[in-house]
Design a protein around this ligand. Structure first.
Ligand code: AMP
Length: 336
């Protein structure tokens, strides 16, 4: 009997998505130019799976033109991941290219709208899909702890290819980031199986952890701010607000407001916790909310407040602080 090369959980992934994976593999072979997209306001997973796939494609298809675009992160790029490319519109008009969209389930959140100009669009993700992005090559597993774990599995099953230490390192960072270092309940045997395969590529695991979790002194100040400004509602919802003025005073950008949201993760009596950060973008001012929960599914509340995400980690928004009491009431009602 033929023995499988990978853990049964990885073989189950390939079997479940065989049709879409085959369609994407054929498209990768067919196209000479490929652009990899992901969601805006990127986190470790968005950047990790994007750069993992870009590196994997460059390593294995050196004759092809591979690009990656999107907004950059205030501290992760270029410290951990390369700065996104600035590809002019003329490039998109002049090339017949394959768009691969990663880690995002709705059109508006894709960091560069020019994915639509691709001759073929494929998607790999673990978010609920709000509207169809790709017709045939859609690989979506809502139970996956990270998108990186799915993209890495797709790559491992690509015949005749190799996973370099560089590509593996990026994928690993995505897995670690979105599972909270293998802590969240979305961590599965598949997560560990893919992580094990990645580790066989022999990248330096301690240097990636060091880079991912290194804190600046500015970060210490924003931690002190969160610890001295949080509130807890009677329903056990902890939250802290960071206004635009406070962001400026702390010397941090909007995306960094959520950095310390998980300080409440192991506190007795706290059921859910949020960072609420002002985004003073004059075109679309709002307060961005990162919601996390110990056990109860909070993604429905995020959906109700202009966002979405996963059962224990979701993002939402309110237009003004007038909406805060209603948001806290709806979230708190989950715990009454
Ligand atoms: P955040 O609090 O921004 O770190 O987001 C937590 C999780 O929810 C991440 O997996 C995000 O990709 C996801 N998420 C955040 N905002 C949205 C949104 N508007 N729609 C769908 N998913 C979201």
């Amino acid at each position: 009997m033929a023995t499988s090369k990978f853990d049964p959980s990885m073989e189950a992934f390939e079997k479940r998505f065989h049709k879409a994976c085959s369609a994407l593999r054929s498209a990768i072979k067919r196209y000479d130019a490929i652009v990899v997209f992901r969601h805006q306001h990127p986190d470790f997973d968005a950047l990790g799976c994007q750069m993992g796939l870009v590196t994997f494609l460059k390593d294995n298809f050196p004759e092809k033109e591979i690009h990656f675009v999107g907004d950059h992160h205030p501290t992760f790029t270029p410290r951990i991941y390369p700065l996104p490319e600035e590809l002019p519109l003329s490039w998109f008009k002049e090339h017949k290219f394959l768009s691969i969209v990663l880690d995002v389930g709705d059109h508006e959140r894709i960091a560069d709208p020019r994915y639509k100009m691709g001759g073929y669009i494929a998607k790999i993700d673990h978010h609920p899909c709000k509207a169809e992005i790709a017709k045939t090559a859609t690989i979506v597993d809502l139970d996956a702890g990270s998108c990186a774990e799915l993209v890495a599995d797709f790559c491992f099953h690509f015949p005749g290819t190799k996973m370099s230490a560089e590509a593996a390192k990026y994928f690993y960072s995505g897995i670690v980031g979105d599972t909270g270092r293998f802590l969240f309940s979305s961590t599965s045997t598949h997560t560990f199986a893919v992580a094990e395969e990645l580790l066989k590529s022999k990248f330096d695991i301690s240097s990636i952890y060091q880079k991912m979790y290194e804190k600046s002194q500015t970060s210490l100040r924003s931690l002190a701010y969160a610890l001295s400004h949080y509130e807890i509602t009677p329903d056990g919802v902890a939250y802290y607000l960071i206004s635009d003025a406070a962001l400026k005073e702390l010397g941090i950008q909007n995306d960094q407001g959520k950095e310390h949201v998980n300080i409440f993760s192991n506190i007795e009596g706290i059921n859910a916790w949020c960072s609420i950060t002002e985004d003073a973008d004059p075109k679309d001012p709002c307060w961005r909310i990162s919601i996390r929960s110990k056990a109860v599914d909070i993604s429905g509340v995020a959906n109700q407040f202009g966002g979405g995400g996963h059962p224990q980690a979701s993002g939402a928004r309110i237009d003004t602080l007038d909406d805060l009491p209603r948001f806290l009431d709806v979230l708190g009602s989950l715990f009454r």
